[in-house]
Write a protein that binds this ligand. Sequence first.
Ligand SMILES: CC(C)(COP(=O)(O)OP(=O)(O)OC[C@H]1O[C@@H](n2cnc3c(N)ncnc32)[C@H](O)[C@@H]1OP(=O)(O)O)[C@@H](O)C(=O)NCCC(=O)NCCS
Length: 190
Amino acid sequence: MLTGALTLPTLETPRLRLRWMTEADIPALFELFSHPEVTRYWSWSAYTERAQAEKLLENIHKHFAERSLFQWGYARREDDRIIGTCTLAELSGQHRRASLGYALNHAHWGHGYGREAVARVVEFGFTSLELHRLEADVDPRNTGSIRVLEGLGFQHEGYQRQRYFLNGELQDAVLYGLLRPEWRPDSAAS
Ligand SMILES: CC(C)(COP(=O)(O)OP(=O)(O)OC[C@H]1O[C@@H](n2cnc3c(N)ncnc32)[C@H](O)[C@@H]1OP(=O)(O)O)[C@@H](O)C(=O)NCCC(=O)NCCS
């Protein structure tokens, strides 16, 4: 997948640019992941130190080099400041599948930016990467995230009880999946 590429390709949407992130984006990454609402159902607790964002960027670059993780930052076209990230993880060329993750700076919630970015990455996964299956798991209380997935056609596939211990509590996970033949390309248009 993306053989030989040193960075992720830039993806465009009507309002956003999804792009490779560099050291210059560390303050924006820190701001994104230091808000407790953003990490309420996330796989780690809110950042408290800039060094955590530095480590995140280092891992994003390292795992892209291994082709196990594609994590774009996304910014509004007008200022190019990173407001969120969108991820294809657990990439498997053999099984043609990946898992999807996404987050948006809390200050920008409620304007559909998250959905717009995710839709573009779904499109990239099914077209450019020729994946067959995308999957995601989400806390049942994470209504905004569930709306994003269901709006893109993801199907409810299961429920795992107390799958995570995060933010001091056991959390359930709802499993979602979307297959290439079920995907409607028009859902990518925001
Ligand atoms: C998930 C996330 C990216 C959504 O981003 P967003 O751009 O604000 O989403 P949207 O504005 O497109 O909202 C999506 C839908 O959810 C609804 N919604 C958003 N937050 C909601 C809430 N707290 N309660 C109920 N509905 C909510 C919106 O009204 C919208 O509904 P619609 O489909 O009828 O239009 C953002 O909420 C986020 O970063 N959450 C924290 C990180 C996270 O949990 N990621 C997912 C892990 S699985």
